[in-house]
Ligand binder design. Sequence first.
Ligand code: GCB
Length: 574
Amino acid sequence: MTNLPARQRRSLNGEWQALVDPYASGIGEWKAVWKDRTASAHDDFYEYGFDDDVTLEVPGDFNTQRPELMYLEGSVWYRKAFEYDAAAARREGRRLFVHFGGANYRADVFLNGEKLGSHEGGFTPFQFELTERVRDGKNRLLVHVDNERRKDGIPAQGFDWFNYGGLTRDVDLVETPATYVQDYFIQLAPDSLRRVDGWVRVAGSAPRQPVRVRIPELGVDVRAQAGADGRARIRFEAPFEPWSPERPKLYRVHVSTPDDALEEDIGFRSIAVRGDEILLNGESVFLRGVNLHEEIDGRRAYSEADARRLLEQARQLGANFLRLAHYPHNEHLVRLADRMGLLLWQELPVYQGIDFADPDMRARLDAMLAEMIGRDRNRAAVVLWGIANETSSSPERDAALAALAQRSRRLDPTRLVGAALYGPGFDGNTLTVGDPLVDALDVVGVNEYFGWYTPWPVEPEQAVWTPFGKPLLITEFGAEARHGHRGSEDTASAWSEDFQAAFYRKQLRMLAGVPFLRGVAPWVLADFRSPVRLHPFQRGAHGHGYNRKGLLSEHGERKQAWQVIHDYYEEVRP
Ligand code: GCB
């Protein structure tokens, strides 16, 4: 269901009892931790038990909460008791759900010893209905979360960030009427700044409900009728002031049926591509971006306060755009970006070595895409769905990602589809993006590391990029430096701020000559934990590995490169 903040809910955030089970021995029938039994007679014997000595805070990754869990890639059981007046709820016909903002990577959820269901994917929300199973009085919810990296996972086994596991996002109990407003899409039609073309979806036993959408500030009051499938089409025109980074105007929108009512602040803007330009509200825009991982203070970021700090840092840099790498970030951040006026690229964790030949992969990709779009489709800030990062062309991959791009447009015709591709090939001075996926995209992202992973093919001023008739974003470029470390401007192995700053100056000299460049996003805002970073200069506190391509250190200290990008953004700002 959409719009959690507006619903009748009770937070299950806070302390949960935990049982660390690295071999996942409790998931089978033998130990069966999920049955959540307590011994009642002296010959009753169960070889597990929860107590208050081992607890974890939710939301939050488990790795950084207890030293013994730092490098765990395995299972942890979480348990939480709650009281519920099920008799009253039944009398009044209310339904009850448990909603998870995200659990990395796989979650199995049980209520009072019975399985509710499973969910795969670490960065998208999911819910289970408890109505028929919840007891009067005390109930116990049990969640088995397993963050083992998997060959068939999204992402798969190799990735350059820390594999934070656990109940990393908010958990809520949500009550709804028997028939309730499950979801809606209230956004401008792609070709208009006045006309909304959307829908409301009602769920429940009597879905043929009259639906009403109001925007009091604009005098909008629209009525429609949901059909047997619970869907009502919503169409109206209004003199919207468009949402933009300069003026992120939001309107209070009321969506109701006779039994249910929700309110939400929504922005209205258009995003489109014309030739090689990106048009925001009909005008060409240059994306002054930066890449962001969902990490702060050496842990998974999860709160609105975390989001505020991260987005403030981006704003101080002069950014109007963030690429949320490499997975959908939490909803707090997206909602805050809506209020602060920051454009977002929200991305699926389709990263490098995905097993596209796996026959089940398409279904998994579709499910994840639907969950990502389902959560954020009313957020004006989100302008681009990123469907992949650095995947290599093969018949299976080309077909799967082209289909995914199409599916994204069907689910949400109002946003652009992009992907971050590997850097261009070159022939003499000519640089060419040869990936066949270009055809399936609205906006082409390119990650290039000339001067870091690969030598410069030409002098920057000499490079000639072959046009492909679409907007180009440099979705990644960067080099590593340890904050405070000085050294040669010419030597990558110096790990110096001087080298990193010179790297960016050189890159910007090349990019100045690309006529269809519509934005850049340095990799990355801040140094972030990565267990694959093994060099002494990459070591942080307690010897943990960090990717040091941040413009900021992991403590938020500015490197010289920060100023280079800041000055560039001042220069290109309209
Ligand atoms: C990339 C990846 C990113 C890495 C980065 C790096 O191309 O997309 O996830 O962290 O390079 O620093 O190597």
